[in-house]
Design a protein around this ligand. Structure first.
Ligand code: SF4
Length: 269
């Protein structure tokens, strides 16, 4: 289960070859999990106007709230992160498999321990070590390894790891105005916001789309910083353009029906 920030570090489709060469049988993007996370956010934001909601996919933010601001736990949107949502989807469609998440984040390892659906969480740095250990080259041309992702797949949530990526892909226009949403990143800024809450609200905002790493998950601590941040952002946007142009009709797009029967809600305590 590859976090959408993978493209800020690795080349596509080489990374899919390399993961298969490493021994992974199925290789999926987490983008469809992000879509299901968003659909559940939409419903909650639409139906509940009694507090300022705080985005909850960043486990570092969740841990800060648990430790220093427990009164704000009820403000965290009670929905699984894209990783948690994709874990549920993979458990349903690939029973018996071991689910391994690979991403830019150290605290996802802690989140994974709280979930039944993620068996292991690795950082991109961990993955690089495995590539070195098992002599997996950066480019693989051996055609016995398939270069495309398995189901399930979604193109517009590919910008999720950028600051504001959640709200930009929430399609909120029927329920919120742009001024109702605050996008913010970086631990110092986040602390100021959390300190500024009064009676369950932060100013007049209805939704805070916030991440603790400067620049969002493309600048997470589990990344080998091969490219500068600006270049990483460019790579994410370019890959989204590429995928929406050339990969739309490959029949791998996740549909809502693929998530039928799954409960994406999560309790924060
Ligand atoms: S912003 Fe940083 S700490 Fe938060 S989920 Fe992304 S990589 Fe992890």
């Amino acid at each position: 289960m590859l976090a959408p920030s993978f493209i800020s570090v690795y080349d596509y489709p080489d990374i899919v070859y390399r993961l298969r060469a490493l021994g992974f049988d199925k290789v999926v993007e987490v983008t469809f999990g992000a879509k299901m996370t968003n659909l559940n956010y939409y419903q909650i934001l639409k139906e509940n106007n009694d507090r300022t909601w705080i985005s909850s996919p960043c486990p570092t933010l969740v841990n800060v709230i648990r430790g220093k601001y427990p009164h704000l736990l009820r403000n965290l949107v009670p929905v699984h992160s894209p990783m948690g949502s994709m874990g549920l989807i993979c458990r349903k469609h690939f029973p018996g498999y071991v689910n391994v998440f690979v991403g830019p984040c150290l605290t996802k390892k802690m989140e994974a321990q709280e979930l039944d659906t993620i068996d292991e969480a690795l950082t991109f740095r961990d993955l690089d070590e495995l590539f070195v250990k098992y002599n997996i080259p950066e480019e693989i041309t051996d055609t016995k390894h398939i270069a495309t992702f398995d189901k399930f797949y979604n193109d517009y949530t590919k910008i999720y790891p950028l600051s504001g990526g959640l709200s930009d892909t929430l399609q909120y226009q029927h329920i919120l105005k742009k001024k109702d949403i605050l996008v913010m990143e970086g631990m110092g800024n986040i602390i100021k916001i959390l300190d500024g809450f009064k009676d369950g609200y932060y100013k007049n905002y209805k939704f805070l789309d916030i991440l603790t790493c400067e620049g969002g998950c493309i600048n997470g601590p589990g990344i080998n910083y091969q490219y500068p941040v600006k270049e990483r952002i460019k790579r994410v946007r370019k890959y989204k353009e590429y995928a929406s142009r050339y990969e739309k009709d490959l029949g791998r797009t996740g549909k809502k029906a693929d998530a039928d029967g799954l409960d994406f809600s999560r309790r924060f305590e």
